[in-house]
Design a protein around this ligand. Structure first.
Ligand SMILES: C[S@@+](CC[C@H](N)C(=O)[O-])C[C@H]1O[C@@H](n2cnc3c(N)ncnc32)[C@H](O)[C@@H]1O
Length: 192
């Protein structure tokens, strides 16, 4: 949210919104003047979000995949996807849709698990990743979703590869910032 630095009345599209945590912080950071469209293909997540933010009339909910957004061209100031892009079935198509719905001068932001650079931290993180499915089994009773989580993180692009894909769609002034030594990173690009 700090790097996004939204302005009052900005119009945000939050894709793979889950239950709307980004929407919640965005509203707070725009003094509740911003507008948000939350897009999420899982109707159960949408229902949780709707209940959680039921008093926020500036938030609207749409059941749709990132690859086919139900909006006309050039209407958003900011597009955000947080821990969602890794799950998209067609990242290139989703990024084309992101560019289509952004206004000229609009910004694309993506928060996602990434690759750790530091050798010592990488070793620790690899070890921790191995026990995540066991923790899932112990705490939630299922290991499969946590195996998917670890495998999808391991097989996802590194910071530079993801930035190259974002650039190849036509976003400009692309850059990224690592969080927690690269466990996650934020990518930014502009539609100019
Ligand atoms: C880990 S959750 C992230 C939720 C939220 N953005 C957050 O940061 O808390 C990932 C979300 O991506 C959604 N998702 C999976 N495939 C998608 C697709 N093709 N288009 C849009 N969202 C998708 C899932 O339904 C899930 O809610």
């Amino acid at each position: 949210m700090d790097w996004m630095a939204p302005k009052k009345s900005d119009h945000l599209i939050d894709v793979a919104s889950g239950s709307g945590d980004i929407a919640k912080y965005f509203l707070k950071n725009t003094d509740y003047t911003g507008k948000v469209k939350c897009v999420e293909p899982n109707k159960y997540m949408l229902e949780v979000g709707k209940k959680k933010l039921k008093n926020s009339s500036n938030v609207k909910w749409y059941c749709s995949p990132a690859e086919k957004l139900p909006f006309s061209d050039e209407i958003f100031d900011i597009y955000v996807v947080s821990f969602g892009i890794r799950n998209f079935s067609d990242i290139n198509q989703a990024l084309k849709e992101a560019k289509r719905v952004l206004k000229i001068g609009g910004r694309f932001l993506c928060l996602e698990f990434s690759k750790v650079d530091n050798e010592i931290l990488a070793k620790f993180y690899q070890g921790y990743s191995k026990i995540i499915p066991y923790l899932g089994k112990y705490i939630v009773g299922k290991s499969e979703p946590y195996e998917y989580l670890v495998n999808s993180i391991n097989s996802f692009y590194n910071q530079q590869e993801l930035m190259d894909i974002i650039k190849s769609i036509g976003f400009e002034k692309t850059e990224y910032r690592d969080l927690s030594g690269g466990i996650a990173s934020i990518h930014s690009g502009w539609k100019i």
